[in-house]
Design a protein around this ligand. Structure first.
Ligand SMILES: C[S@@+](CC[C@H](N)C(=O)[O-])C[C@H]1O[C@@H](n2cnc3c(N)ncnc32)[C@H](O)[C@@H]1O
Length: 243
């Protein structure tokens, strides 16, 4: 992330606010006017999929703690793990969203690695979430990350990740080895299914709303996936972006 420059205060979203009026740590991870919605939506999804306070959660590509500012206080101390290559984003999240007291109260742990591996904490996870990460990467990194997730996922655990679905190569090619941002790499569902199988995971679509991407859940075995009816119940109306 470029050096942070804060423009104005963190006032409520306003359709006439210029992009440059939002703090950069919010603008960098997605549309800043829906920073609250994107964080709340991830928390709600994880909660409905069974996340509870005693679980260990890996927030892969945790950015400026859009989810972290909600889920770190929710989880018991030591339950939150974030991987984010850009340390400045995490620092901005701690300073401007969550507050550094949480470091002592909840003991979240962070790694600033970019190798698409999840084994750096030397622990296993009940949930792994990767929101808006694989929409910006090619197949090689998705492959590596899913294989690594499979290694550190508890037997009954879930990976919750979203992807852009669409004709491959219409935008940036899935063969890219770059981090493609803010453009998105599109995948066909068959490709995702094959990548999951290659990693030793099973996968099911999850109809939880997202304005552009599609959610999927992955597990080490079929029995650990939420039943289809339970996932079907997550097909709720998309939340309004603003109240
Ligand atoms: C669109 S942002 C989403 C951030 C966060 N998941 C959220 O919902 O706010 C994508 C994040 O992935 C991070 N990222 C980029 N390369 C990565 C890598 N190799 N491993 C993990 N995260 C990465 C970026 O720095 C950025 O914070």
């Amino acid at each position: 992330m470029p050096p942070l420059a804060y423009h104005g205060s963190m006032r409520p979203a306003d359709p006439f606010t210029r992009l440059s009026d939002y703090p950069e740590h919010r603008a960098f991870v997605g549309q800043p006017q829906r920073y609250d919605l994107a964080g709340g939506s991830q928390f709600a999804l994880l909660f409905l999929l069974g996340l509870r306070e005693h679980h260990r959660l890996l927030d892969f590509g945790c950015g400026s703690l859009r989810l972290g500012r909600l889920v770190i206080p929710y989880l018991k101390a030591g339950g939150y793990f974030g991987i984010e290559p850009d340390r400045a984003l995490v620092d901005a999240g701690l300073d401007h969203e969550l507050g550094r007291d949480a470091l002592t109260l909840r003991r979240p742990r962070f790694l600033h690695t970019s190798d698409f591996r999840a084994d750096g904490f030397d622990t296993t996870f009940d949930f792994i979430i990767a929101q808006s990460v694989f929409s910006h990467t090619g197949v090689a990194w998705v492959r590596r990350a899913l294989a690594s997730f499979a290694q550190v996922l508890e037997p009954g655990g879930l990976v919750v990740a979203n992807f852009l679905l669409g004709p491959e190569g219409f935008g940036p090619s899935p063969e890219t080895t770059d981090w493609v941002y803010p453009e998105c790499v599109a995948y066909m569902p068959d490709r995702l299914q094959a990548l999951a199988a290659e990693a030793g995971l099973v996968m099911r679509a999850c109809p939880w709303p997202h304005p552009e991407l599609h959610w999927f859940v992955f597990a080490r075995e079929e029995a650990a996936l939420p039943p289809r009816e339970a996932l079907g119940a997550l097909r709720v109306a998309p939340p309004a972006w603003r109240s």
